[in-house]
Design a protein around this ligand. Structure first.
Ligand code: SF4
Length: 298
């Protein structure tokens, strides 16, 4: 498979970085031991490029070093450091792998819902999930909902979704899921979530990174709010433990796997189209790469 170099600082909106030692470098990947050692990139760390020698960041970007740098990336990208080629190359001819065409047999969800509150996830994560859903999953849906209510200040916020959406077919997805291939029919009548088949059972075998239901399941929300203090004390760290012990549920078959212990795989696991990055969501951030990189929205 051929690799194509696409410098993200030029073709996309990757931002410059300001190092703790007082240098402005082309992006945060350069702010690393590898970047400082590279014959070309180490020029950004020369004494005369220190911010003390400039009046503004604009002056730094106007410097000959930066002008030459961007000129090279635009006009002679083949001269870019290998260090950059490592981070900014994709393995597909186009930016992304082959997209899944929508099948007319595919069932629809009335809603696909994601939740975003606090600072853990931002609009990139939302756009990225929607991008993967639209391009690889084959799922058709009527509405994409970003749920942002932060009533409880913790993961129990998710329960309010059940109280707000009491009709139709619904699919909830955590923002740290990576969708990379067509998904099976995920529509379920009853409250259905995943089970962690990939690990030893701890306090709960359940995983609510993906939940499907039809119609009104607000009884789950009501049960929690009616005795909120009790449940928060009993299951302080895991909403899945609350589901496991207090709620009737069904589980999906093996429709997803976990990136844990697969972070160095060259390709995603065959037979799935979905991988959870739960507790390893940092792998989706800038500076990390792996098989999943080519599926993400830039
Ligand atoms: S790795 Fe190099 S080419 Fe890629 S965004 Fe950073 S500076 Fe630009």
């Amino acid at each position: 498979m051929t690799k194509k170099f696409r410098p993200k600082c030029v073709q996309f909106d990757r931002q410059m970085a300001f190092t703790s030692t007082g240098f402005v470098v082309p992006c945060c990947w350069i702010d690393s031991p590898g970047g400082r050692k590279d014959a070309t990139l180490k020029q950004f760390y020369q004494k005369d490029m220190h911010i003390d020698n400039f009046d503004s960041v604009d002056d730094i970007i106007d410097s000959p070093l930066y002008k030459d740098w961007f000129d090279m990336l635009v006009n002679k990208p083949e001269l870019a450091p290998n260090y950059c080629k490592h981070f900014c190359s994709t393995t597909s001819l186009d930016k992304h792998p082959t997209k899944t065409s929508l099948s007319t047999e595919q069932v629809d969800f009335d809603r696909v819902i994601v939740a975003k509150w606090g600072e853990k996830y931002n609009s990139w994560h939302v756009n990225n999930l929607k991008f993967m859903l639209d391009n690889y999953s084959g799922i058709k849906y009527n509405n994409f909902v970003v749920f942002e209510k932060d009533t409880f200040g913790n993961m129990y916020n998710k329960l309010e979704i059940f109280n707000d959406y009491k009709d139709g077919t619904n699919l909830y997805l955590d923002l740290d899921m990576v969708i990379y291939d067509k998904l099976p029919n995920l529509v379920r009548k009853d409250f259905t979530l995943m089970y962690d088949w990939w690990r030893e059972e701890h306090h709960t075998p359940l995983n609510s990174s993906m939940v499907s239901w039809t119609g009104d399941i607000s009884h789950i929300y009501k049960k929690f709010v009616d005795n909120k203090e009790y449940y928060l004390k009993k299951y302080p760290t895991s909403i899945d433990e609350f589901y496991y012990h207090e709620i009737e549920y069904k589980t999906f078959d093996k429709v997803c796997y976990s990136i844990k212990e697969h972070e160095y795989d060259k390709e995603p696991m065959k037979g799935f189209g979905l991988c959870t990055f739960g507790q390893m969501q940092h792998l989706l951030e800038d500076g990390w790469s792996g098989w999943w990189s080519k599926y993400l929205n830039s």
